[in-house]
Design a binder for this molecule. Structure first.
Ligand SMILES: [Zn+2]
Length: 88
């Protein structure tokens, strides 16, 4: 385990079963997922460690549309319009 003075771990106040408040040290959340085209933070994509994401259903992990969880809505819209105009 890393030293408690370092900022590697985050401090969490936890209430114990004996009703006492204690400081626990937990691992930090991973970075927010970004759009692969513009780099904007993706909406509707949860942030958490694999054991936390395992508990939620697939439909809650990313938007249910094509390129959901990869591209943001603006970039997808632009991409679809560009694709449609290509075959006119
Ligand atoms: Zn984008």
């Amino acid at each position: 385990m890393k030293t408690r003075k370092s900022k590697t771990l985050r401090k969490v106040h936890v209430r114990t079963p004996g009703s006492k408040s204690k400081v626990a040290y937990k691992k930090r959340k991973p970075a927010k997922s970004k759009c692969s085209s513009c780099g904007e933070t993706l909406k509707g994509v949860p942030r958490g460690r694999p054991y936390q994401l395992k508990k939620i259903s697939k439909s809650k992990k990313r938007p249910e549309r094509i390129y959901g969880g990869v591209l943001c809505s603006k970039c997808l819209k632009r991409k679809l319009i560009r694709g449609a105009r290509k075959y006119e």
